[in-house]
Write a protein that binds this ligand. Structure first.
Ligand code: PGA
Length: 247
């Protein structure tokens, strides 16, 4: 299968204008690795400026609302982040599912709204450590997928990111076998839900403590099509080798 690797940085609530030089530097690394699709999901306040500096990388947003317009103080619609310069958006990150109490139905609505506004979407899934320890991680993630997958999902605008919550920002990652088992299960579920061709074409990223030391091994797993990278994406120095590992 010719799935192009996708490596996306998630800056979370980090980044001021003074960090735009890093965006430029990361864009230059992305330009050196055209075989890899590289993006940076920056805070919404930086999308406009960052999109002019990102070189070979795309700029994405970290969230959008599920409605087109309306009385939602403080929220941003998909059309707004798209107009600001984002071409992708992350939906359903575990930090938002937890902190903002977003349900899988909310996440599916956000994904649909994003697609309607012409954005591509990274849809995040992942289990807690308790769920992992109880042996129910795959069941949990497949149910989350079933409930979060938007109607009409297709590989040309949607990618999945498997991010075990206990691996995010902790320096702890699952074993390669655990990652591959989960990705294989997600792939099978996508094939069942969307048909074989779409299920085979859709990219499934791994996220959670990806760094320069572990990226090559993770990205070499058969059903891993790249990564969603938090802490290590903040600087070109640490993100560059991860992009190179995907090449
Ligand atoms: P991390 O974050 O790479 O800092 O673990 C990943 C994420 O939350 O997307």
């Amino acid at each position: 299968m010719g799935r192009r690797k996708l490596v996306v940085g998630n800056w979370k609530m980090n980044g001021l204008r003074s960090q735009l030089d890093e965006v430029e530097a990361i864009g230059r690394v992305a330009g050196d690795h055209p075989a890899v699709e590289v993006g940076l999901c920056v805070p919404a306040t930086l999308i406009d400026r960052a999109s002019g500096k990102a070189g070979g990388a795309f700029i994405g947003a970290q969230d959008c609302h599920g409605a087109r317009t309306g009385a939602h103080t403080g929220c941003l619609s998909a059309e707004m982040v798209r107009e600001a310069g984002a071409s992708w958006v992350i939906v359903g990150h575990s930090e938002r599912r937890t902190d903002q109490h977003e349900s899988s139905a909310d996440v599916a609505a956000k994904a649909l709204a994003a697609h309607g506004a012409g954005l591509k979407v990274i849809l995040c899934l992942g289990e807690t450590l308790d769920t992992r320890d109880s042996g129910k991680a795959i069941d949990f993630v497949l149910e989350q997928l079933d409930q979060s997958l938007p109607e009409g999902a297709a590989a040309d605008w949607l990618a999945i990111a498997y991010e075990p919550i206990w691996a995010i920002g902790t320096g702890r990652i699952p074993t390669m076998e655990q990652i591959e088992d989960m990705h294989e299960a997600i792939r099978e579920a996508l094939r069942a839900a969307l048909g074989g061709a779409q299920g085979d074409a859709m990219r499934v990223l791994y996220g959670g403590s990806v760094n320069a030391g572990n990226a090559a091994e993770i990205f070499a797993l058969p059903d891993v099509d790249g990564g969603l990278v938090g802490g290590a994406s903040l600087k070109a120095e640490s993100f560059g080798p991860i992009i190179a590992a995907a090449d």
